[in-house]
Design a protein around this ligand. Structure first.
Ligand SMILES: N[C@@H](CCC(=O)N[C@@H](CS)C(=O)NCC(=O)O)C(=O)O
Length: 229
């Protein structure tokens, strides 16, 4: 267990892949945290209180005493520097760059295109908030849209990792890229029906994650706010 003076607070939604990245990182670093659920389906992220924490209204948000950090990439960097006992960025320069590249492909070129706010309308009280594929293009288009962008990203990752992946993304040690990639693969399979037969390296990595307790504890279905049935 890493040296930790105060309990961290994580604002999270069970199915949010961005929150899942940080749950994995916290588990890998052995950091205890208080889980604060934010229900995106009920629009709790749009409340003035939550937007004081993160003006763009997205989870995750990490609170560490007086420090409030949002955006999973920034949260990762903060935790990596504050809790270096279990490092998740390799010191090898090339491996480090590859970690950042993989994490960025997930968080800049895949996940934003499958974000709920992009895909589906949200009803909050009596207002319907829409500016999404479901409304602008059509309800049947939202899954194919997301799937196209996920598969494009997965195809690129397969090519990129061909000469680098070991048991995990950059070798035989779990690192940052794994924490970002695992929730994206999980979402691709469970939420968007991606056929993983086209992505053998990612399939193998996903199998490796499935036996790591730090990853499994972080998965959507194991969160306190996940629906029970
Ligand atoms: N770049 C941000 C993206 C955060 C983000 O998109 N979070 C999603 C959940 S994974 C969210 O809160 N969506 C709100 C919505 O769909 O309205 C990060 O990496 O933390």
């Amino acid at each position: 267990m890493a040296q930790q003076q105060n309990k961290l607070k994580l604002y999270s939604h069970w199915i949010s892949s961005c929150s899942c990245r940080i749950r994995i990182v916290l588990n890998l670093k052995g950091l205890e945290y208080q889980y604060i659920p934010v229900n995106l389906r009920k629009g709790e992220h749009l409340s003035p209180d939550f937007q004081k924490l993160n003006p763009i209204g997205y989870v995750p948000v990490l609170v560490d005493c007086d420090d409030v950090i949002s955006d999973s990439f920034a949260i990762f960097m903060y935790l990596e520097e504050k809790y270096p006992q279990i490092p998740l960025l390799p010191s090898d320069l090339h491996k480090k760059a590859l970690n950042i590249q993989v994490a960025n492909i997930v968080c800049s070129s895949i996940q934003p295109l499958q974000n709920r706010a992009v895909l589906v309308c949200l009803r909050v009280n009596l207002s319907l908030l829409c500016n999404c594929i479901e409304e602008k293009v059509g309800p049947d288009e939202k899954i194919p849209w997301a799937k196209f962008h996920i598969e494009k990203g997965f195809g690129a990752l397969e090519k990129l990792l061909k000469d680098h992946a070991g048991r995990y993304v950059t070798g035989d040690e779990v690192s940052m890229a794994d924490a970002f990639l695992a929730p994206q693969i999980d979402a691709g399979i469970k939420r968007f029906n991606v056929d993983m037969a086209r992505f053998p390296i990612l399939t193998r990595l996903n199998e490796a994650y499935s036996v790591l307790p730090e990853f499994q504890k972080a998965m959507p279905e194991n969160q306190p706010d996940a629906p029970t049935a």
